[in-house]
Design a binder for this molecule. Structure first.
Ligand SMILES: [Zn+2]
Length: 65
């Protein structure tokens, strides 16, 4: 058992969850934006990263409040 660093696919918030080897992690809702889509930071594809980067900074700041 280790910890996995995951990143919210909507607002980019990062958290750590317990991660049993070989099992899917149910991270629940994001505390910040209530989105339920997460990706392991290590598994984020370059495509996803580009999507997050393309987001206007003003919009990200809304969720960060
Ligand atoms: Zn979020």
């Amino acid at each position: 058992m280790g910890t996995l660093t995951i990143e919210c696919l909507r607002c980019g918030d990062v958290r750590q969850v317990d991660a049993p080897a070989g099992e899917n992690v149910d991270a629940g809702e994001c505390d910040r934006c209530e989105y339920v889509g997460w990706a392991s930071v290590g598994d984020l594809s370059e495509k996803l990263r580009r999507l997050l980067r393309d987001r206007p900074p003003e919009r990200r700041r809304l969720y960060a409040a």
